[in-house]
Design a protein around this ligand. Structure first.
Ligand code: CO8
Length: 260
């Protein structure tokens, strides 16, 4: 995919790690439909590519993304919003099977915060600011904010943030459980890449089923989630990666994992 960057994204690859950078700096990477179309296309292509093992989403120093493009939505009617396909794009991102890491510096607001939360891990620079300011527009979050933020930080913090639009600092977000860890801004992308390389070196089928199982904790009651986890666990005993992991442990050597 390298060298074929779509208009609103800068897409690069480093080994088994893909890097997708939002590229609408003049509007703080506001998520218009064209950018979301590009993003879905790129993510689905990487998801199908067996060579790619982990995907990083990032913005720039000022913003990961400052939300949906307000200008694009300004004159929309309720029926246009209902009949548009924009939320289908978010569902397709939710279905990406490879791990997604958000590397966030600057604003992650509204849809930007929702996109970061749709990722599986969030590495935040010190300047990161997370929030759901839709209330200031007479709206509420529409791409999962009321649900994912509440699951991440709990009812009492989520309620305050969504009802007032207050932004969390990176350190507050870390204390609240919204981010994986906080690092100095200049290290955020490197930290995300190091994490991505680590994950990329692991057994791919186990990584995939681990992601799926953790996400089930959001959808299911405990018993259903435990049953799902156990089925995945059984399944992994049939993989070459499991045999390789055991052989490497017994041979006191590092494992070499393939996609099988
Ligand atoms: N949409 C469009 N343009 C934006 C957006 C946005 N979300 N955010 C910033 N911009 C533009 C500004 O209009 C400005 O453009 P211009 O220079 O032409 O005037 C430029 O980016 C720079 O912004 P500011 O001058 O405002 O920069 P400041 O540093 O003064 O302020 C803020 C930064 C605080 C981030 C401020 O820009 C702001 O409040 N932005 C809006 C944030 C917001 O309300 N986000 C939520 C949007 S609604 C949403 O996300 C709902 C999601 C629903 C699901 C998604 C479906 C697709």
């Amino acid at each position: 995919m390298a060298g074929q960057s779509p208009q609103n994204l800068i897409v690069t690859q480093e080994g088994a790690v893909a890097l997708v950078q939002f590229n609408r700096p003049d509007v703080l990477n506001a998520l218009n439909q064209a950018l979301m179309d590009d993003l879905v296309a790129v993510l689905e292509a990487f998801d199908r590519d067996d060579e790619m093992r982990c995907i990083i989403l990032t913005g720039n120093a000022r913003a990961f993304a400052a939300g949906a493009d307000i200008r694009e939505m300004a004159d929309a009617t309720a029926v246009q919003m209902l009949q548009g396909y924009r939320f289908a794009q978010w569902e397709r991102i939710r279905k990406v099977t490879k791990p997604l890491i958000a590397a966030v510096t600057g604003f992650a607001l509204g849809g930007g915060n929702e996109l970061a939360m749709l990722c599986d891990m969030i590495i935040a620079g010190e300047s990161a600011r997370f929030g759901q300011p839709e209330i200031n527009l007479g709206l509420i979050p529409g791409a999962g904010g009321t649900q994912r933020l509440t699951r991440a930080v709990g009812k009492y913090r989520a309620m305050e943030l969504i009802l007032t639009g207050r932004q969390l600092t990176a350190r507050e977000a870390e204390a609240a459980g919204l981010v994986t860890r906080v690092v100095p801004d200049e290290l955020a992308l490197d930290e995300a890449k190091a994490l991505a390389r680590d994950i990329a070196s692991r057994a791919p089928v186990a990584v995939r089923l681990a992601k799926e199982s953790v996400l089930k904790a959001f959808d299911m009651h405990l018993e259903g989630g435990l049953d799902f986890e156990r089925k995945c666990f059984y399944l992994l005993f049939s993989t070459e990666n499991h045999a390789e992991g055991i052989a490497a442990f017994q041979g006191k050597r590092p494992p070499h994992f393939t996609g099988r």
